[in-house]
Design a protein around this ligand. Structure first.
Ligand SMILES: Nc1nc2c(ncn2[C@@H]2O[C@H](COP(=O)(O)OP(=O)(O)O)[C@@H](O)[C@H]2O)c(=O)[nH]1
Ligand SMILES: [Mg+2]
Length: 239
């Protein structure tokens, strides 16, 4: 059945402590929002919890994949599903409360005059909270590095709190998006920019997760170092 409400895609892997709390917070912020959780067969039962919520709430759906297949492909699967269902505004966020649901109101307001809205920790008004110095330096330095190579004015290229108009996701050939993790976010932003879409950033405060553990490790960081070069010299230019 077609669904024209705005939707938020939430990839999950072992988020049992967070998922049942974040969905009501999303609906407290935006009551009409559809929620699509893309779970990779989490051993901690995240998928079963979402199934239970979805059974009693038609705004909530679960896309269940067999085994951990990575963040990039989880987003791509979720985006394709949302496009097929007819959603025109498609947001994405993490499940661990680093992305605070109250900002969805800002995303939906700003997307009225943009094609992509990106939540930024690094513009004026944005920040990270409770990050160790090492992570701060890596993330901020990584962003500066990528921005410079790619020639983009986006201040936060690696964050995952965003909102897309369907035309952008249709314009980006999702089958050819290769990257996982932070490089995935970078690749999507770069492609949207090359296609000439209007990108707008809004400030977000990003607290470190309290419950559960980070799933993105060192390999993901190294992948993102090579990505700006691959994109700059390899990606398709305009529509
Ligand atoms: N479906 C799926 N979700 C994932 C995968 N890896 C991470 N996630 C989810 O992606 C979001 C961001 O991951 P997180 O560990 O918080 O990354 P960090 O904030 O950079 O440490 C969370 O909601 C995770 O549960 C994966 O392989 N598959
Ligand atoms: Mg996190």
């Amino acid at each position: 059945m077609a669904d024209h409400r705005p939707v938020v895609v939430i990839p999950t892997y072992n988020e049992a402590e967070n998922v049942a709390r974040i969905i009501p917070e999303i609906h407290a912020a935006v009551p009409s929002m559809s929620v699509l959780v893309v779970d990779d067969g989490s051993p901690d039962g995240t998928g079963r919890i979402v199934e239970g919520i979805a059974a009693g709430d038609e705004r909530v759906r679960l896309l269940s994949r067999a085994g951990k297949q990575g963040l990039g492909t989880a987003y791509v699967a979720g985006f394709k599903d949302c496009l097929a269902r007819g959603h025109d505004l498609i947001c994405q966020m993490d499940c661990d409360f680093s992305h605070q649901p109250r900002y969805l109101v800002d995303f939906l307001r700003e997307i009225e005059t943009a094609d992509v809205v990106i939540g930024s920790r690094y513009m004026k008004g944005g920040m990270t909270e409770n990050w160790p110095l090492r992570r701060k330096v890596l993330s901020k330095g990584g962003n500066l590095y990528a921005r410079t190579i790619l020639g983009l004015s986006v201040t936060d290229l690696t964050g995952g709190f965003k909102c897309w108009r369907r035309e952008v996701l249709e314009g980006i050939d999702l089958y050819t998006v290769q990257a996982g993790g932070y490089a995935f976010q970078m690749e999507m932003n770069f492609r949207a920019s090359r296609l000439g879409f209007r990108i707008k950033e809004i400030p977000i405060v990003f607290p470190e997760r309290v419950a559960g553990e980070s799933k993105l490790g060192r390999g993901i960081f190294w992948e993102s170092l090579g990505m700006p070069w691959r994109l700059r010299f390899g990606a398709p230019r305009r529509r």
